[in-house]
Design a binder for this molecule. Sequence first.
Ligand code: ADP
Ligand code: MG
Length: 263
Amino acid sequence: MADSESSSDGYLLEATDLKVTFRAPGGRKLHAVDTISIGVRPRETVGLVGESGSGKSTVALTLMRAHEPEGGRIVFDGLDVTHLRERDLRPIRQKLQMVFQDPYSSLDPRMSVRRIVAEPLKAHRYGTRAQINARVDELLDQVGLPPDAAERLPAQFSGGQRQRIAIARSLALEPKALIADEPVSALDVSIQAQIINLLRDLQDRLHIAFLVIAHDLALVHQISDRIIVMYLGEAVEEGPSDDIVGRPQHPYTVALLSATPVP
Ligand code: ADP
Ligand code: MG
């Protein structure tokens, strides 16, 4: 992958030769992400798959610039954001959003759903109180929650519904791209398909670019145009979704496939 990729490939979100290291206790360097390149085009869904500890969340958080990369380059929407300072990241944060694995910890339990979903709108001075309320109602409808959900607290919802609330919040500012890190792995298996269907529905309706991260290759296959397989901080295989599942080339991909039944 990625030798001569540049903005000429039409990527909305592109990381080239990304390297992220952490300091392990004792000062040793841990290479969590080692020279991975990822490109997501507008309206495209790219799946990033690998087992726990392979560096997927680190990639996601680095693309969001919650971590600063040690090497490589990140370009979002034509702008090099690799080393931008926090205050300069504000417009990017608006257009690039993230949904986390655990809807239990990502929602403030003391805040009503209305306040939770309105928070980014207020922070970015979306409009009057009435305009914000109308936008919250629209967002809740978009993610399949009933109108009266707005006045309730997160604890009054199931895991799947809480993930819907988190997704509604992430869509509030009309992002161009959404990173979903293990969006269903904290949910009951029976609920997972509903949230996957919601993401597919949003792909169709909102034309957002998605980076969907999971350890489950079968699941990623359901929603991705392309898949990148990650192993120990590196990409070992990349290709069209059906090829990765139908004709895996790398032994690690084969192992991932045999670990999860493909429907
Ligand atoms: P994944 O999301 O694929 O499970 P992670 O990106 O969370 O993997 O972790 C990759 C590696 O980096 C793991 O060895 C993990 O322990 C380590 N790691 C992740 N975040 C940090 C951090 N903030 N500080 C130190 N090590 C980290
Ligand atoms: Mg993770």
